[in-house]
Design a protein around this ligand. Structure first.
Ligand code: ADE
Length: 229
């Protein structure tokens, strides 16, 4: 049976997916709680990493080393940085970039990591599985940009969109991608949009949409893990 590690930044995001399973075993590693959940096809290991790239990278490495996962999914919410991406839409990453990584003084491109490259590609087979999922919202496939900044400034978002062709921003995906790439583990990042500077009342939308978007993305995950054999 395949083992899938699923990394969430926030408890609200994890809780929606944990509801999909009847029984869970809890593993404690350092301060992390890893929930082992099974269905007929797969065993999933759910972890709340905390926010930001370092937290997510650390949880990814722990899932790979301690739980010996075959796949990693990074799931949660993201902010839109494109007029074409609205709240509650789902974005499946085809590749990820760290928009705050900057070695330009050393001759690299903005976002380029010396030992990894600029973009890290998600697993092609997982993307194909994601493409056939049926859900009552728009699903877009494209670049997701990660950085240790909660982006609310429309200009900053527009710049990230222009520089990297990214559809949305979050704070973990590209670091999960980097660790998986270095460890040769297939991975996919899936995000539901919780906030957008292009829609009204943006300051309250994150709170409001966190639960709705987490529910949306957990239903997407439910279908995805059924298809992983
Ligand atoms: N996660 C959800 N919304 C976000 C935003 N606007 N910036 C960074 N991470 C996010």
């Amino acid at each position: 049976m395949k083992k899938i590690g699923i990394i969430f930044a926030l408890k609200e995001e994890l809780d929606e997916t944990k509801k999909l399973f009847k029984d869970t075993i809890v593993h404690s590693i350092y301060e992390l709680k890893i929930y082992e959940c099974c269905n007929e096809n797969v065993t999933c290991f759910l972890v709340e990493s905390g926010m930001g790239k370092v937290n997510a990278a650390r949880s990814t490495q722990i899932l790979i080393d301690s739980m010996k996962v075959d796949y990693v999914l990074n799931v949660g919410v993201a902010g839109s940085i494109s007029r074409d991406i609205n709240k509650c839409d789902i974005v499946v990453a085809d590749k990820l970039v760290q928009h705050d990584f900057d070695l330009r003084p050393l001759g690299y491109d903005k976002g380029e990591i010396h030992n990894v490259g600029k973009y890290v590609n998600c697993d092609k087979e997982l993307i194909e599985l994601a493409k056939i999922i049926k859900i009552e919202t728009n699903v877009k496939i494209g670049v997701i940009a990660s950085g240790d900044i909660f982006v609310t400034d429309e200009k900053m978002g527009a710049k990230i969109n222009k520089n990297f062709g990214a559809l949305c921003v979050e704070m973990e995906g590209a670091s999960v991608a980097q660790v998986c790439h270095l460890c040769n583990i297939p991975f996919l990042v899936i995000r539901a949009i919780s906030d957008s500077p292009y829609e009204k009342n943006n300051n309250i939308t994150f709170e409001e949409f966190l639960k709705i978007s987490s529910d949306m993305v957990s239903r997407f995950i439910a279908q995805l893990i059924e298809r992983i054999k």
